[in-house]
Design a protein. Structure first.
Length: 205
């Protein structure tokens, strides 16, 4: 079975299932469905806060969209960024969005599966041709911005990486202009959300 055939079967299966309580629609990567927990309130607040900041700075015809499927059959990948920036024209489709239409993707780290954003999507997004990728991490109050696709170990990879704490603004320079994201008021996860005891939360940096 080819990678594309397996991917089509997984995508067909995904379209026919109902996620169990507490889970979001699965993504597809590495020949399997990737189940994710439903976003928590602080996660959703962060997504809304950032998308509104972006919308205020984007040129006419471009918007920040939340939780939209992006599909690359040639790679066997279907991902659902927490936020993506693309044109309104690109969204006028009945199919998952072509990742080559995306200028900027943002992920908000889940307490239960951080490697999905830091490792797997850091690998998948440059392969899909997404030139700018920001990770917001409410676990420790930091952000990681990656940009400019080159190659490393024979595959597409981001050549630049900046990692800073909340409070430092994110500056994203694209062909459409430069956008600034204020991270000062972004919330962090509570001890309960992270599965920690209260005294453990106090020890977090």
């Amino acid at each position: 079975m080819t990678q594309q055939t397996l991917y089509r079967r997984l995508r067909h299966r995904r379209n026919r299932i109902t996620p169990p309580p507490g889970f979001a629609w699965p993504e597809i990567s590495d020949g399997q469905l990737v189940m994710m927990m439903s976003p928590r309130p602080r996660h959703q607040f962060t997504a809304k806060w950032v998308s509104r900041q972006l919308d205020a700075q984007l040129p006419e015809g471009f918007f920040a969209f939340e939780a939209t499927d992006i599909d690359d059959e040639s790679l066997g990948k279907l991902r659902v960024p927490d936020i993506l920036v693309c044109s309104s024209e690109a969204m006028q489709t009945d199919e998952p969005l072509d990742p080559h239409e995306i200028i900027f993707a943002v992920e908000i780290v889940s307490p239960s599966n951080p490697e999905n954003d830091y490792e797997h999507k850091t690998r998948d997004y440059p392969a899909m041709g997404i030139p700018h990728y920001l990770i917001l991490d409410p676990r420790d109050g930091t952000w990681t911005y990656q940009w400019e696709i080159g190659r490393a170990e024979g595959r597409p990879a981001y050549e630049n990486r900046l990692h800073l704490p909340y409070g430092k603004p994110v500056t994203v320079t694209t062909d459409l202009g430069t956008w600034t994201i204020d991270t000062s008021d972004l919330p962090r996860y509570s001890a309960k959300e992270m599965g920690l005891e209260p005294e453990e939360e106090q020890q977090q940096p």
